[in-house]
Design a protein around this ligand. Structure first.
Ligand code: ZN
Length: 703
């Protein structure tokens, strides 16, 4: 799915365009699987919470606070060759969590203690078994290609698509799944959405400049090489690649932009299946829905009708052979990183090197750990939390969250521009935000996933089928409020507007986000701001459209809505002026898209403010003052430095360009500087002079 249903605090990887429908895979995209099998993991270093050595004292914090708080760290921590971005917090904690998870997987692969360990141990072992993977070569894809070749007319397409998906093909022409009804969050309904392009965003197909033209040419070359590796003649490979490019470009033209997709009203069109079928007579949706193992339904949400209308037209105008080319590509590309070395290398060279700037693949153990976590996360996670998540961490979080909620409540009450009527509604919504901390109360049952030790692709497909059936099974059933959209070792957190809940996995409750051994200022600047960020998502330009029950419903007075919009537009304009990537060679300067990133920026700004208010409360409880110094910095200063040091990051140029188009989060520099320059308490804490860049005369404030 291209839509941002959940609001995570950080996008970990952005190598492909799709955020999958299924919640378990919703937060991560496909990483490369390296052939580098010999590298053995070594324990990663401990991550420091507050790092005075990272500070560049030659920089004036009032001029560029990010550079001040992170400057020395940035100089000493270039992006490793097997990464596209290196973040002081997320990357380092992820590295540590993955290592600990690997220890469980490696032990389970050689000496499983129970059925659960046998299952995930075998899955991991099948991924590490590159000898078998290399021997099988193209074989895992061949049966799909034979079915595609057997198609004799376009009316067989619906049956074929259903069959391929029933066998674990995860990419197709569109997205389909079960989701909460945005206007009645107690109901789970079917939904279709735009999909089926391989480049990260529609702009890659459509923008007319030399930079994108070059990428498009390289994409066609990449497809040719992949088709040739699969055994096609050069002529056929070229024909296939051109056909795919033509179809994907036409599909991209009918896509809503990512900014448009953020508007829940724009993607809400409940239709009967009969009406939807009448809209798309060239694809037998009735047959498709009847063949994919989902129970019968009469209505669905057609998120992007204009896409399906355009696609329906294309089905009539493009020849059958072109659709065969397209399907061959989807089945091959979707599994390329799980195949033998030649496929893996070629897939890596284009999708990771060219598009994101990654210089070499990650070590195989790391990729197999991530792949197993994605496939069987709540099985692997059970052992992981036992070993790595002390109950005391959860208790500390409960207290911190209570303080944050109180602060956000006070913040709402103190807003001069909001009427009492709307304030009451906002407070009601805040009062019922649920929190889920650490890991699920009830673990998922993966016993139906049949794992075979020497068939990696088959295992990945089995996991995809499980995920899909799990999702389909929700149709018409009551929602499960206890469900998680991230696995326990994940270094992230999210807010879900339909559930109106915040979710903080065990994986992020570690230094530098949270450290039981440091002063509260640093923890409030770390995990406090992260959780405050998630709470604020309930009230950002998107979240504010959903009520306390998670329903898309107007609960604002018109005057308050106008005042709110004025304030969010101030933030959108401000961030649109920030540079995301500088010009070089044939690549132009890219600025941030202030509307794509509006929700995240609003959440960053709100999180920084309410966690600061909550810190005051926490210090008051302990009888301490915010001006008290530790190691030469006041608590106020330590709070802001702790916050900034979460976001220290080096990023490859190619990824920065891709992120500016697809990532709703701003780069670290602007997450820090944008937030502090909108918060006067920062200028006061660092004794800045009004009018300096980080303490401007005029600033934006929503919450
Ligand atoms: Zn967020």
């Amino acid at each position: 799915m291209q839509r941002f249903r959940l609001s995570p605090v950080f996008a970990i990887v952005m190598a492909t365009a799709c955020l999958a429908q299924a919640p378990q895979s919703g937060q991560q995209t496909e990483p490369p699987v390296s052939q580098n099998v010999t590298a053995r993991p070594t324990p990663p270093p401990e991550v420091k919470s507050f790092d005075a050595a990272a500070i560049d004292k030659n920089v004036d914090p009032c001029v560029d606070f990010y550079q001040y708080a992170c400057g020395n760290w940035l100089k000493e921590n270039p992006v490793p060759n097997d990464q596209v971005r290196w973040v002081r917090s997320f990357s380092l904690v992820q590295q540590r969590n993955q290592y600990l998870l690997w220890k469980d997987l490696d032990a389970a692969a050689s000496n499983p203690k129970d059925a659960l360990q046998r299952q995930y141990g075998d899955f991991y072992a099948s991924c590490m078994d590159t000898a078998t993977i290399d021997k099988l070569g193209f074989d895992p894809i061949r049966p799909s290609w034979q079915k595609i070749d057997a198609m004799t007319n376009i009316h067989q397409l619906a049956g074929l698509m259903a069959d391929l998906e029933n066998h674990g093909m995860s990419d197709g022409f569109f997205e389909f799944g079960v989701t909460q009804d945005e206007k009645d969050s107690s109901k789970q309904i079917a939904e279709v959405d735009q999909g089926g392009i391989s480049l990260p965003d529609r702009d890659y197909y459509l923008v007319d400049n030399p930079h994108f033209a070059e990428i498009r040419a390289e994409y066609v070359e990449h497809m040719k090489k992949m088709f040739a590796l699969a055994g096609e003649t050069p002529e056929q490979a070229a024909k296939d690649a051109d056909a795919v490019m033509k179809i994907e470009t036409a599909m991209a033209k009918s896509f809503l932009s990512r900014t448009e997709l953020r508007d829940p009203e724009k993607v809400y069109h409940i239709k009967t299946v009969v009406d939807f079928q009448n809209m798309t007579p060239n694809f037998d949706f009735k047959k498709y829905f009847g063949s994919i193992g989902i129970r019968h339904f009469n209505t669905l949400n057609v998120a992007t009708p204009q896409f399906f209308e355009a696609w329906n037209g294309m089905l009539a105008s493009e020849p059958l052979d072109a659709w065969k080319s397209y399907l061959r590509w989807q089945t091959l590309h979707g599994q390329a990183s799980h195949l033998s070395k030649p496929f893996f290398d070629e897939d890596f060279a284009f999708f990771h090197q060219t598009l994101a700037g990654q210089k070499e693949p990650m070590p195989r153990w790391r990729q197999c750990t991530a792949t197993t976590d994605r496939a069987l996360g709540e099985a692997v996670g059970q052992d992981w939390v036992k070993e790595n998540f002390p109950p005391s961490a959860k208790e500390s979080m409960d207290k911190l969250i209570a303080n944050l909620e109180k602060s956000l409540g006070q913040d709402i009450q103190g807003l001069p521009w909001m009427s009492e009527e709307t304030q009451k509604q906002a407070e009601q919504k805040l009062a019922v935000i649920r929190q889920k901390i650490g890991y699920p109360e009830k673990w998922r049952d993966y016993s139906s996933v049949k794992v075979v030790r020497d068939r990696f692709v088959r295992n990945v497909q089995q996991a995809a089928i499980y995920e899909r059936n799990y999702n389909f099974n929700k149709l018409g059933r009551p929602v499960n409020e206890k469900e998680w959209g991230m696995t326990p070792p994940t270094v992230n957190a999210y807010y879900d507007p339909s559930f109106n809940d915040i979710n903080v996995p065990a994986g992020i409750l570690q230094p530098p986000f949270f450290d039981p051994d440091v002063d509260p200022a640093v923890n409030y600047g770390g995990i406090g701001v992260v959780i405050g960020h998630e709470m604020t998502h309930g009230f950002d330009d998107q979240g504010a459209q959903f009520d306390a029950k998670g329903n898309l419903r107007e609960w604002w007075t018109p005057a308050d809505k106008t005042a709110f919009k004025e304030r969010t537009e101030c933030v959108a304009d401000e961030y649109s002026g920030f540079e995301a990537a500088p010009a070089h060679d044939n690549a132009p300067t890219v600025d941030l898209n202030g509307h794509l990133t509006l929700g995240e920026n609003t959440a960053d700004n709100g999180g920084l403010r309410i966690a600061y208010m909550a810190l005051h409360e926490a210090l008051k409880d302990e009888g301490k003052s915010i001006d008290e110094k530790i190691d030469g910095y006041t608590s106020a200063q330590r709070y802001f430095i702790g916050f900034a040091q979460v976001w220290c990051q080096n990023t490859r140029d190619a990824l920065a360009r891709q992120a500016a188009l697809v990532d709703p989060h701003s780069p670290g520099k602007w997450r820090v500087n944008g937030s502090v320059q909108n918060f006067d308490e920062f200028g006061k804490a660092f004794h800045c002079t009004k009018g300096q860049p980080m303490y401007p005369d005029k600033s934006c404030r929503v919450w």
